[in-house]
Design a protein around this ligand. Structure first.
Ligand code: HAM
Length: 427
């Protein structure tokens, strides 16, 4: 017997009917982004490895441990994208998009990280990400966060908590980093192995440690605010004031540092308590130095990405699956002789009800079996054509939900008879 083939661990198929939940989520998020003037950019899934090393940072977990990196047939080092920001900057530079004073872009698609898979953490996961280029002021920081809050409202999501922080300008961040290095070096004997590695690579990441034993030293560590000059303080104050004015509650978390090296100034995360350890559904921040680091002119930039798997899980917890039916109208031929009548009728129904999902049975079978299939597909009504219907130019209309009886309808009256059954439901 041949051995069965399996998907790669941590990489999941999305199959019907669950696909309809993805489509609904993606559609609703995209609609909000469009209302704020964001336009789609489509990026390759694979980039030269240097694109990620230079941007995300050589010393980060993502680059050190999690990238799917391989040599292609020419021996070039390529990587599956672990996130979208680096590729988006590369593409914006390469396509001259940064010559415009401001660019608002969004992308969506799979990202790849070789992490230990668990609920909410996958090796292939999906993000919708947003990047805004060329806007230096705190107004765009605030607008981005207000936009995420609107997305949660429009999705009907509750209980998401916003954490914000500022890492200061690149120079301030460096000074902060040095002071953290000095502080944690003083407490070296109390650090765990993981934190010792982080100390050497990027001491800011120790603040992210989940080890409860480290909590007291982390609590006493220097805070970024101690290193901020007036300009950075004013920038952050504007963001906080705008959130308050916009009715978005937040908490300043001085230890929010993010796991990618490119951030400076505003950073934020939206977190839920109901998804366990993988509770961050959306995260981002400002990365003013990255475009220059990647070979462009100094250009301010900010963005975020949301994890679709986590949002879908949360939506399911709060609003049910919302899966749409496989069919609304189901066309049946009672006998093989009427298969063509059924196909033609289904075409006419698609003309009359362009928003409805009409499935023609196809494949034959007894009337009983076809009706069973229609029911299982979740259809609102079955439309049957057999000998009598063919002879008289009629259709048998059998409502499948509710109390209404089956009736015989002329083809001319069919649209009027179906309208109340279809109502506002559309798949
Ligand atoms: P990130 O925090 O690495 O940021 O990822 C953003 C979101 O992607 C997370 O909050 C989470 O919802 C989701 N996510 C990340 N890793 C996984 C995983 N292994 N499985 C499932 N979901 C995951 C970025 O990627 C930045 N590029 C965001 C950004 C855009 N910053 C500025 N612009």
């Amino acid at each position: 017997m041949k051995q069965q083939l399996h998907a790669v661990r941590g990489m999941n198929d999305v199959v019907p009917p669950v696909t309809s939940r993805w489509q609904a989520l993606e559609g609703r998020v995209r609609a909000v982004l469009a209302r704020y003037g964001y336009r789609e950019i489509r990026l390759p899934i694979v980039e030269n490895t240097g694109v990620f090393e230079r941007s995300i940072g050589d010393a980060t977990d993502i680059v050190q441990k999690e990238m799917y990196t391989f040599a292609d047939r020419n021996g070039d080092s390529l990587s599956l994208r672990p996130e979208g920001t680096a590729g988006c900057v590369r593409a914006a530079l390469e396509n001259g998009l940064l010559q415009q004073p401001a660019q608002r872009l969004w992308y969506q698609g799979p990202m790849f990280r070789h992490e230990r898979p668990q609920k909410g953490r996958y090796r292939q996961f999906h993000q919708i990400g947003v990047e805004a280029y060329g806007l230096p002021g705190p107004d765009i920081d605030a607008e981005l966060i207000l936009m995420t809050a609107r997305i949660w409202r429009e999705l009907g999501l509750q209980g998401l908590r916003l954490e914000v922080n500022t890492l200061g300008s690149a120079a301030e961040r460096e000074a902060y980093r040095d002071s953290l290095h000095a502080y944690f070096t003083l407490h070296l004997d109390r650090l765990d192995e993981d934190s010792k590695v982080r100390l050497a690579r990027n001491p800011l990441r120790i603040l992210d440690s989940k080890n409860p034993d480290l909590k007291p030293i982390i609590a006493d560590a220097p805070r970024p605010s101690e290193f901020l000059a007036a300009e950075s303080l004013a920038h952050f104050k504007f963001v906080c004031d705008a959130l308050t004015a916009g009715g978005v509650a937040y908490r300043i978390n001085p230890h929010l540092v993010r796991g990618l090296d490119y951030y400076a100034r505003t950073v934020f995360e939206w977190i839920t308590a109901t998804l366990g350890a993988q509770g961050t559904v959306c995260a981002g921040g400002r990365y003013d130095g990255l475009i220059e680091l990647m070979g462009g002119r100094p250009t301010p930039a900010i963005g975020f990405a949301m994890g679709l798997e986590r949002l879908l899980e949360l939506l399911e917890q709060q609003a049910g699956t919302g899966e749409t039916a496989e069919a609304e109208l189901y066309v049946i031929s009672a006998g093989d002789d009427y298969a063509i009548d059924a196909l033609v009728l289904a075409e006419r129904l698609r003309d009359d009800f362009p928003q409805a999902c009409t499935v023609c049975h196809c494949g034959g079978g007894s009337l009983k079996a076809q009706l069973k299939r229609a029911d299982r597909a979740g259809a609102l009504a079955a439309l049957i054509i057999g000998t009598d219907e063919h002879a008289t130019g009629t259709v048998t209309l059998k409502p499948l939900r509710g109390q209404a009886d089956q009736s015989r309808v002329t083809q001319g009256d069919l649209a009027a008879a179906l309208a109340p059954i279809l109502g506002s439901q559309r798949c």
